[in-house]
Design a protein around this ligand. Structure first.
Ligand code: IPE
Ligand code: IPE
Ligand code: MG
Length: 248
């Protein structure tokens, strides 16, 4: 962290936490153990991000496509998310962390939705790092929901079709008010976005790192931030942008 200067620390880092299953397989353990270990890596990542001066950390926790996994694994993942909120919400709140949930909140069964809303509500006024949890999230679904909402406003006569700008679309997404990610990290060596933040990551720096998510340590995170500091961002222009935080 010492070598990171505040001016090169990204304002928003988004992480595709991948490789829990392979981490477990490599040790002859059930996949559930990989997910469990992954929660520990989440705690460390939030702490590291806050200490490094990152303002927004988005974590891809469960995709809209992950429902296609075996029922037992889906249930393990739901159980872990619920346990995480139940156990860690008070600590995160005390650490001044603000929690935002992105993804489709409709049709969630059981006690998951109340817990997600409680996490957002409890931490709403906090002023520290914003932890954005992408749950039941898929970028195409997010964009389709935004399009439906805008279309409904046009149909109701409240919005001119010509007023649908990229800013207006951005404001209709789940990430409204959150700056675009500067850096998207994916662990486990896979080099794809898997339907994550397709709109928002338009100019994000992409970083694919070989470690499986449960091995994503503070050192790994800081090394990624150091590599990011060397990147030259141009945003379509000819000169490197003078500021690394894009806002938007
Ligand atoms: C990431 O690890 C966790 C989720 C997608 C919920 P995986 O479960 O995808 O692990 P691998 O990719 O099978 O190793
Ligand atoms: C992306 O990982 C989703 C999360 C990390 C929550 P996946 O493991 O689901 O992605 P694919 O299937 O390998 O593309
Ligand atoms: Mg995976």
């Amino acid at each position: 962290m010492n070598q990171l200067s505040p001016s090169t620390v990204p304002a928003h880092v988004a992480i595709i936490m991948d490789g829990n299953g392979r981490w477990a397989n490599a040790r002859g353990l059930p996949r559930a153990m990989g997910h469990r270990k992954g929660v520990e890596a989440v705690r460390e990542a939030v702490k590291t991000a806050a200490e490094c001066g990152i303002s927004y950390l988005t974590l891809f926790a469960f995709s809209s496509e992950n429902w296609s996994r075996p029922e037992s694994e889906v249930s393990d993942l739901m159980g872990l998310l619920k346990a995480f909120i139940r156990r860690d919400l008070a600590v995160l709140h005390k650490q001044n962390v603000r929690i935002r949930i992105i993804g489709d909140k409709t049709n969630l069964s059981g006690d998951i939705l109340p817990l997600l809303l409680e996490a957002e509500e409890t931490t709403r006024a906090n002023t520290g790092i914003t932890l954005v949890i992408a749950f039941n999230y898929g970028a195409r679904d997010e964009i389709a929901r935004a399009a439906r909402q805008l279309a409904a406003e046009v149909a109701a006569g409240r919005l001119e079709a010509s007023a649908i700008t990229s800013e207006r679309i951005g404001a209709a997404l789940d990430t409204a008010g959150i700056p675009d990610p500067d850096l998207v990290i994916r662990t486990s060596g896979e080099e794809r976005l898997s339907n994550f933040l397709l709109w928002q990551a338009a100019y994000a720096e992409l970083m694919f790192i070989p470690e499986f998510w449960p091995d994503f340590s503070r050192d790994t995170f800081v090394a990624a931030l150091s590599r990011y500091a060397m990147r030259e961002r141009r945003f379509g222009g000819l000169q490197p942008a003078t500021t690394l935080a894009t806002g938007s």
